[in-house]
Design a protein around this ligand. Structure first.
Ligand code: FE2
Length: 319
């Protein structure tokens, strides 16, 4: 059965008192094996058993997701305030809930309910990421290859919001737009065929040309829904512009590139380098920054902004 049929749920996020009655599965050697069916409630014994076997995630069928998401999102604020859960557990729950929301957002961005869910999650992220930025790595635990684009999107969001929080004095409305735009910055990828996206070898010129269209295509589609603000749309359209004017889709140069898109470009590259991919292992934090400093010298980024990013992220990692 296809992997997209399953979604991971952090065992820590299961509160036996109110978890909905759905079947749970374990991943074993690439297969999904029934752990418990929908009739039996999840109890304290289950938690102990899973903890003993170091199982961090169980899986649910996507058909049960609506119920699960309602449960997770309803309980999120409570879980983030619980004192018996560690910071790392809380961040796993927060990011995993966000990843599920981003997947739905990619499927149906024009649905008001999905946007509303994302807005609520961004509010939780604003509270949590600003207070506990060093837990960004929690995302790594959730990243399976097929979830890469969604995990990446949530990571770019957390990083962009952290930058806007620490470096610029933005009001909550702008922060919300930064969050939404970052969450779906690569939305236009849905217009690119899987054949190109899954290709392990280098892309041909024609294929690369097609991939590059994701910024403009995503922008046009989302703009037409009439649901997204200017800051969000700027991120979606301009996150591959380069400071030296050699980027795409419009070749904006220097500070012609909206600030939110300059920040997103930096966060995008950092996240892409530091997450595992199917074809290469993740680059370390310091190696990623080294590569990015060279890139900035070659004209990819605003050097000053990259310096700020480095300060913020180094502080966040060290805290
Ligand atoms: Fe992109």
């Amino acid at each position: 059965m296809n992997d997209s049929y399953w979604r991971p749920i952090s065992v820590d996020s299961i509160d036996s008192e109110c978890f909905p009655p759905v079947a749970l599965f374990l991943k074993s050697g690439g297969n999904y094996v029934l752990y418990k069916d929908g009739d039996r409630p999840f109890g304290p014994d289950d938690r102990r058993r899973l903890e003993r076997s170091f199982t961090e995630f169980v899986y649910v069928r996507t058909g049960d997701l609506k119920e699960i998401n309602q449960y997770l999102e309803k309980n999120l604020a409570n879980m983030l305030e619980r004192e018996d859960l560690s910071k790392i557990t809380k961040s796993k729950i927060l990011y995993q809930t966000s990843v599920n929301c981003v997947i739905d957002m990619f499927e149906c961005p024009e649905t008001a309910a999905n946007l509303e869910r994302c807005n609520n999650l961004i509010k939780q992220m604003m509270k949590f990421t600003a207070a506990e930025p060093h837990t960004l790595e929690a995302l790594q635990a959730i990243a399976g290859n097929n979830f890469y684009i969604f995990v990446h999107s949530v990571q770019v969001t957390a990083l962009s919001m952290l930058m806007h929080d620490k470096v610029f004095n933005v009001d909550p409305d702008e922060m919300m737009d930064v969050g939404v735009g970052s969450l779906i910055h690569d939305y236009g990828m849905i217009f690119i065929t899987d054949k190109i996206l899954d290709k392990a070898d280098a892309l041909s010129d024609v294929e690369y040309f097609k991939v590059k269209q994701h910024t403009q295509k995503g922008y046009e589609f989302l703009k037409n829904t009439g649901r997204f603000g200017e800051v969000a749309l700027n991120i979606i359209r301009y996150h591959h512009e380069r400071y030296d004017g050699m980027g795409y889709p419009v070749r904006l140069k220097g500070d012609e590139i909206p600030r939110s898109a300059q920040v997103a470009a930096i966060c995008d590259v950092y996240s892409a380098l530091t997450l595992d991919r199917s074809y290469r292992k993740a680059t370390s934090h310091s190696e990623a920054l080294k590569i990015m400093r060279q890139e900035a010298k070659a004209g990819a980024f605003n050097v000053e902004l990259l310096n700020r990013f480095e300060e913020v992220i180094t502080l966040a990692k060290g805290s």
